[in-house]
Design a protein around this ligand. Structure first.
Ligand code: ADP
Length: 364
């Protein structure tokens, strides 16, 4: 099979403006493979829903083309795209029973009575709601209603399912449970899913790949571990997971590494030269709190800086320490609690350290 045959959704140089002036989606390119779970993640207003609405057919693209299974669909109306959809506010028909809600998309497609009954029962079993077919939506909890909405989107066996913040109205525990449930349904059915959320942990839990949006532009498109381990710019580093930032100026570049002089006399740091201008340019260094050691001797790691302990918080599996560096930068260090206690005191001056490989020099 050729590579293009494996691609179900393609956004090709897609732009969107609502008012004819401002582009809220600037130049969107994305290939989604068959069976893949791709999430669009980003802050509110960054253009995620607009992209999903263009794929669903509810909003026209201002420029560019969207393809479904190799066919351009810009001029195909939503109901002819054969896409399943789930939104935050369920949109179940309140006057119909659960079974009638699920039967609806099948009746529209002209299936026979016994086939409909069979498919509805299977779809309800899939979301563990077998036996709830005769209830009305108002007789179900929020989580159950959302499971009905998920099964209704899947009941007609679409090739593609779109979900826009489907768990946004649920409380935290239920949301986490549903994340796994949707993920397992995706794995079992091998259906292609495009999902929108502003919640980074939800995106990390569920997705094969994540497109991180900011201001109408995809900042990075990568699997969850790569986004966390190898952010390509300061926005992604700050948006995904916890992140320490240090500001400075590039003083030399040597292969894949660079030397950075920290602002405010904070000292010199060796870092990976990921996304920087030339010598003399400003950079933001990005470091994960769990990659930093505290209390080790100077020289034990490639970089070490003197730090004053501001706060220690015992969190069971790890201890979280907030320290202040020369030049007044704040820094968070996470020390795993696997080797007894960390012998640190508030106000103590100690060393923090890290390897150059774990410190990314990014755009300023
Ligand atoms: P997100 O899903 O990331 O929160 P949206 O795609 O909803 O972002 O919105 C992107 C931008 O487009 C925002 O500035 C929003 O105000 C604007 N926008 C969204 N929908 C409309 C609309 N129907 N008419 C005009 N502007 C809109």
């Amino acid at each position: 099979m050729s590579e293009t045959a494996d691609i179900l959704v393609k956004f090709d140089s897609v732009q969107k403006s609502y008012d004819g002036e401002t582009l809220v989606v600037k130049d969107f390119n994305l290939d989604v493979s068959k069976g893949e779970f791709v999430t669009m993640l980003g802050p509110s207003g960054s253009g995620k829903t607009t992209c999903l609405m263009m794929l669903a057919g509810f909003e026209p693209a201002t420029h560019g083309e969207i393809y479904l299974d190799g066919v351009p669909i810009n001029n195909v109306p939503p109901h002819k795209r054969g896409i399943g959809m789930v939104f935050q506010n369920y949109a179940l028909f309140p006057h119909m029973t659960v079974a009638e809600n699920l039967a609806f998309p099948l009746e529209v497609r002209g299936l026979g009575k016994s086939e409909i009954e069979d498919k509805v029962n299977k779809a309800l079993d899939m979301v563990r709601l077998g036996g709830f077919g005769d209830r009305r939506p108002a007789q179900l909890s929020g989580g159950q209603q959302q499971r009905v909405a998920v099964s209704r989107a899947l009941v007609f066996e679409p090739k593609l399912v779109l979900m826009d913040e489907p768990l946004g109205a649920l409380d935290k525990n239920l949301r986490e449970e549903m994340q796994y449930e949707i993920k397992h349904i995706h794995e079992n059915l091998q259906v292609t899913m495009v999902y929108v959320t502003h919640d980074q942990s939800e995106a990390l839990t569920m997705s094969d790949r994540i497109a991180v949006f900011d201001d109408g532009i995809v900042q990075q498109l990568a699997p969850p571990d790569e986004l966390y381990e190898k952010p390509m710019n300061a926005f992604v580093a700050g948006f995904i997971g916890e992140n320490n930032r240090l500001f400075g100026k590039v003083v030399s570049i040597d292969g894949k590494f660079c030397q950075v002089e920290l602002e405010g006399g904070g000292g010199m740091v060796k870092a990976l030269a990921v996304n920087i201008g030339g010598v003399g340019s400003r950079t933001t260094l990005s470091l994960r709190p769990e990659r930093v050691t505290i209390g080790a001797a100077k020289g034990a790691t490639e970089n070490s800086l003197s730090a004053t302990v501001q706060e220690l918080i015992y969190l069971g599996d790890h201890i979280r320490s907030r320290v202040r560096l020369t030049g007044n930068s704040e820094f968070v260090v996470k020390v795993p609690n696997s080797h007894g206690h960390v012998h640190l005191k508030k106000g103590e001056v100690t060393q923090i350290g890290w390897e150059a490989e774990d410190c990314r020099a990014l755009d300023a």
